[in-house]
Every structure is written in structure tokens, then in C-alpha cells.
Design a protein around this ligand. Sequence first.
Ligand SMILES: *[C@@H]1O[C@H](CO)[C@@H](O)[C@H](O)[C@H]1NC(C)=O
Ligand SMILES: *[C@@H]1O[C@H](CO)[C@@H](O)[C@H](O)[C@H]1NC(C)=O
Ligand SMILES: *[C@@H]1O[C@H](CO)[C@@H](O)[C@H](O)[C@H]1NC(C)=O
Ligand SMILES: *[C@@H]1O[C@H](CO)[C@@H](O)[C@H](O)[C@H]1NC(C)=O
Ligand SMILES: *[C@@H]1O[C@H](CO)[C@@H](O)[C@H](O)[C@H]1NC(C)=O
Ligand SMILES: *[C@@H]1O[C@H](CO)[C@@H](O)[C@H](O)[C@H]1NC(C)=O
Ligand SMILES: *[C@@H]1O[C@H](CO)[C@@H](O)[C@H](O)[C@H]1NC(C)=O
Ligand SMILES: *[C@@H]1O[C@H](CO)[C@@H](O)[C@H](O)[C@H]1NC(C)=O
Length: 576
Amino acid sequence: MAGLVKLIVLGSTISSAVAKCYDPTPAFPVPLWEGTTNGLESALETITQNLNKLAEDSEYDTSSFSVEVTSDTDTLWTHFHTARKQNETRPGVRHVDGDSIYRIASITKTFTTLGILYQHTAGNLSLDDTVDNYIAELAGPAIGAIPWNDITLRIMASQLSGIPREGMAQADLMNGLPDPTAVGLPPASMVDLPPCYQHPDFSPCNRTGLLDNLNKRSPLFAPNQKSTYSNLNFELLGLVLENVTGVTYSEYMRAAIFAPLSMTSTSLSTPPSDDHAVLPLGQFFWDVDQGVHAPTGGIFSSSRDMSKYARFILAHSNALAPGVNWLSPASWSTDTSSFYGLPWEIFRTSRLLQPHSSRPITFVTKSGGVPDYFSRLSIVPEYGLGLTVLVGGNADLLEQIQELVTVPLIRAAEAQVWRDVADRYTGTYTATNSTLNSSIELASSAATGLTLTSFISNSSDVFATLLPLFNGAAADGTWRAQLVPTLLYKNETTRQGEIWRIVIAAEREGERADRPIWDDFCITDVDTVSYAGLPINEVVFWHEEGVLELPAWKVSMKRAREGAETLVVQGGLGAM
Ligand SMILES: *[C@@H]1O[C@H](CO)[C@@H](O)[C@H](O)[C@H]1NC(C)=O
Ligand SMILES: *[C@@H]1O[C@H](CO)[C@@H](O)[C@H](O)[C@H]1NC(C)=O
Ligand SMILES: *[C@@H]1O[C@H](CO)[C@@H](O)[C@H](O)[C@H]1NC(C)=O
Ligand SMILES: *[C@@H]1O[C@H](CO)[C@@H](O)[C@H](O)[C@H]1NC(C)=O
Ligand SMILES: *[C@@H]1O[C@H](CO)[C@@H](O)[C@H](O)[C@H]1NC(C)=O
Ligand SMILES: *[C@@H]1O[C@H](CO)[C@@H](O)[C@H](O)[C@H]1NC(C)=O
Ligand SMILES: *[C@@H]1O[C@H](CO)[C@@H](O)[C@H](O)[C@H]1NC(C)=O
Ligand SMILES: *[C@@H]1O[C@H](CO)[C@@H](O)[C@H](O)[C@H]1NC(C)=O
């Protein structure tokens, strides 16, 4: 025994002697909501009431909004609000519903990136090719100060190119200020900028104007050093798509994305009729053709269509292109909880579930804003949920709706998850071979996830023998043995097994003032030691049979239903 112990300690300490990880995530398999709001009803009712109350404010008299929550298969909930005051000459839609159309602005960037991923998969381009391979004007001696031959398509889609934010007059204050000298700016004219995308008519800019202007510009940062938001990245990626597909950007979007996803209300040009148009009073941007800027913010869409898109993203997140998970961070943003994906804007917060759990929740989002239209698509992969918020009118509504919807929704989803886990997994499992004294007890709670509370193998108490030797099992015993889903399955002809792993999660001692700074450092390391070639911490649930299998331990255990109820969620998350 002593020899074995030493070996395991050696094997397990090499990679992560210092790692202390508190709240493994994902802590549960993606819930199967399908079409049901099972367990979410009361939260959704509260959300409806709060959104109604929010909209009553006279500040929002001229604002409309559409909000939809979808699972990976079905829309679960919708909420629509129509502005109380509309333009009587040109009102647009009189009653907002799921087919009402807004400008979704920069959510367009995710569509452009999806097109690039498709072309990467098709072999028509490589994400790691530099952009000058596909845009002739960015190659050769005439180019300016930006090192295009160091800027790859992947770097651009991840907001890491370091190129300027805007092309030409986009976001130029000449466009926004009636009299720049009134705020202390010197007199100026637009002479250095091509005469497009400017007040009052916003005529569309073209490729020539964009690239000529760009070759006079300087970078902000060296490529691949520091992320910063840039619309130009996506305008150029749009040109790259046109280069490799040989069709216009809008035709490619229609053929490759809108049509296959049945996004019938989605387009790159202003819809021919106002029947479904959300036209907030005072708006002037609905009819603007974004021209060469379109791949960064030109799409028109409805919440119903955005839910279709969200379902596609939930179902295909990691399987769009080999080697690419566009929902994962590609770089950090400014603080510790915000990241750029490809080109998603990722928010990870450990505050949402507190005080029940400090487990981080990840929102993969993309926001958009053009004059009078503000939008955000949020994907919450762990819960299998997608949220669309489209606003026409007051920009303040977007953040308020986001907070009012996501906080109660995710807390309710979390509570439902742990009710389901208690129902499906917790309880006592005993060896199917009754001559063997082997058993496991599983408990669950929002705070601790699905945990082993007892593990006897052939009369040995594994909590006393092997588990203390696992990675991260501090000698003082402040740890738990938690099961985490791998999201993989053992597929057999007649049954399917769900594969989990046992990990050691450190128990938090609360927020002591003298907690070491490096206590926040966690190097995830799930695969510990093996036994006779099999991973010792692998657990397979064969749900149909109520059986838990530990392959390395060569044992199957059957669940006794009684006991499950006594081990359910602590803390009453469900009441939130
Ligand atoms: C694509 O770009 C390459 C490199 O600039 C160029 O040689 C080619 O003609 C372009 N193809 C199309 C269809 O624009
Ligand atoms: C491109 O736009 C410029 C103005 O920015 C205009 O002078 C030029 O004619 C346009 N070119 C084409 C091909 O439309
Ligand atoms: C790859 O490029 C060719 C030529 O431009 C185009 O015909 C084809 O449709 C592209 N493949 C895909 C999957 O878009
Ligand atoms: C109302 O619509 C008309 C026609 O489009 C437009 O001329 C007018 O400026 C709009 N008024 C407001 C306040 O939006
Ligand atoms: C049950 O376990 C005993 C040892 O405890 C073993 O001898 C026997 O072969 C096992 N039976 C089966 C069916 O695996
Ligand atoms: C159970 O433990 C005994 C020793 O106590 C050992 O001889 C036997 O092989 C073990 N059986 C199994 C199935 O693990
Ligand atoms: C099974 O093993 C455990 C741990 O050694 C022991 O406490 C328990 O009494 C045993 N049960 C039986 C039925 O032998
Ligand atoms: C097992 O089946 C699931 C669908 O139930 C599928 O998603 C998965 O790819 C399959 N896994 C393997 C290894 O075939």
C-alpha cells in the first residue's frame, strides 16, 4: 500500500501541486428544456411584471422592445412592448410582435464571423491566413502604416488586430455635432473623408473609399497584443467573404445563413414595406444603406428570427469549424470578468448565484447599437438558453432589460437544475454483485454540485484511502469530491451512458481579509491517475437501468430510489 500511495502522490503533484479550484463548471449536463418552462414559470411571471412596470416610465413613451428566451429547440417565452407615441405620418408597425423588425446593428459581426468559419471549413480560406491574401489593396508597396501581413482573419474576428475602430466618417463627431465649435473643437470640414456615410443623407460608402482611407491610417496597437473594439475588422472580413465566395456579402449571408435557418424576416437591406418595421419616433436611421459598413452592423431582423439563430448557436457551438470554438475567450478585455471571443463579448460572473454558490456563470453575448436601435443576443451555454433583446428608442432600456431578465431567469434555471439533479442522480447506489461490499452515496445542492458523500469499495472506505491522494485534496480535509459532467456519452446499441468525472473541489472558507492573493489561481486538471489503464475517476450513469458504473473499479452499482428526497437542494434557491 505504501508504494502505491507514493506513486499516486508523485503522479498527481507534478502538474498542479498548487492548484486550488473551488467551483467546477459546468456542474451539470445541459438541461433539456425542449418546449417547457418547467420550473421557470414564476420567474417569467416576475420578469413580465417588471418589464411592464419598466415600460410605464414616460421616458420610454417612444420606445418599443422585443424580448425572447429560447432553449436549443424551442422558444420558451416572449415579451413585446409597443411605443405609446409613434410618428403618425410614418408609424411603422402598430403592434410589436415576434415578427417586428429592428436594426440589430453589431450583432451582424457574429454573422460575418460565421461566414468566415464556414469558408474556413470549406477550405476556401484559412482563419490563420493574413488579410492581405484576400484584399489586393492591402498588399504591395502602396499600403500605409498598418502591418496587414501580420494580421490574420482569426486575429481580426477576435478584435485583436489593433487597427482603428472606424472607417471614414463613421463615428466622426462632424456627423454628430451640429456645431463642433460650440464644444471647443476647432472649425473643420470633411474634406479629408470620402463624401459618404455623413449627415444628412448617409449615402453608402464603397470599397474604394474604405481602403484608400485605411491606407492613410495608423494602428492603435501591434497585432495580436491587445483587444480593442473595431468595426473595421468586420468590414474587411466582409470583403474577404466577397473575395472567396465570388458573390456579394448580402447574397452570401442570405444563401449561407438566413435561408438555411429560415430567417425569413432577416435582410441586409431595409425591408420594402413598413408593415413590420419598428420605427421609433424621431428615428432617421431605418432607411440608411450601410454599404461597405454592412458586414459590421447592417442586418435587419426580428426577435423570432434571432431565436432561430440562437438555437443554431446553442446546438452547434463547438462544431462549426475544426479547431475553433467561437464561444471561448480569445483575449481578455479590461477587467477580470470580460473577454472577447470570436467575436463574442463574454461576461463571466460569480455574483449571480450568491449567496447559494460562487460558481461562475458565463454569458456569451454580442451587443449592437446604431442610432435609435439597441440590441443584444446572449447565449448561456451551460443552461442551454438564448436571450434576444431588441430595442427601438431609448438606449437605457437595453441594460435594464438585460438585468431584469437574466438575473431571475438564470436563478430559476439553476434551482430547476438542482431539482432535476436530485431527482435523477442523488441517493444510494449499491453493488449489483451483492457479494461485494461496495456502495456510493450522492448528494446535491447548488452550493456543492453533485457530490460523493460516501464511497465504499470492497469494504474499503475510499474517502480514507484513495480520495485524499487526488489532485487538490488538501491535507486539512477542506475539500469535497464532486462529480462533473464531461458532456460525452458511451453509446451502445441498446443504451447510452452519460460520462462524468470525480474531481476534488476545494471548500471556500469565506472571504477572510487575509486570504492569499494566489488563492484565486486555479488550473483545471480533471484527469487524475489511472488504474490498470482506466481513468480512476470516471463515472458512467446508465440512466435507463438506474446504474452507476466505475469502469476502473470494475463495479456497477444500482440506485435505491429512497433517500433521494432527503438529499435535495439546500437553501431554497427556488424561492428567488
Ligand atoms: C481575391 O483576392 C486575391 C488577392 O488579392 C485576388 O488575386 C483575387 O482576384 C480576388 N478574387 C476575387 C474574386 O475578387
Ligand atoms: C466610391 O465612393 C466614392 C466616394 O467615396 C465615389 O467617388 C466613387 O465614385 C465610388 N465608386 C464606385 C465604384 O461607386
Ligand atoms: C468556396 O468557394 C467557391 C468559389 O468561390 C464557391 O463556389 C463555393 O461555394 C465556396 N464554398 C462554400 C462552402 O461556400
Ligand atoms: C415622421 O415621419 C416623417 C415621414 O417619414 C418624417 O418626415 C418626420 O421627420 C418624422 N417625424 C418624427 C418626429 O420622427
Ligand atoms: C461477484 O463478486 C465476487 C467477489 O466478491 C466474485 O467472486 C464474483 O465473480 C462476482 N460475480 C460477478 C457476476 O461478477
Ligand atoms: C475484495 O477484496 C479482497 C481482499 O480483501 C480481494 O481478495 C478480492 O479480490 C477483492 N474483490 C474484488 C472484486 O475487488
Ligand atoms: C462495508 O464496508 C464498510 C467500510 O469498511 C464497513 O463499515 C461496513 O460495515 C461493511 N458492510 C458490510 C455489510 O460488510
Ligand atoms: C453518442 O450519442 C450522442 C447523441 O445521443 C451523440 O451526440 C454523440 O456524438 C455520440 N457519441 C459518440 C462517441 O458516438
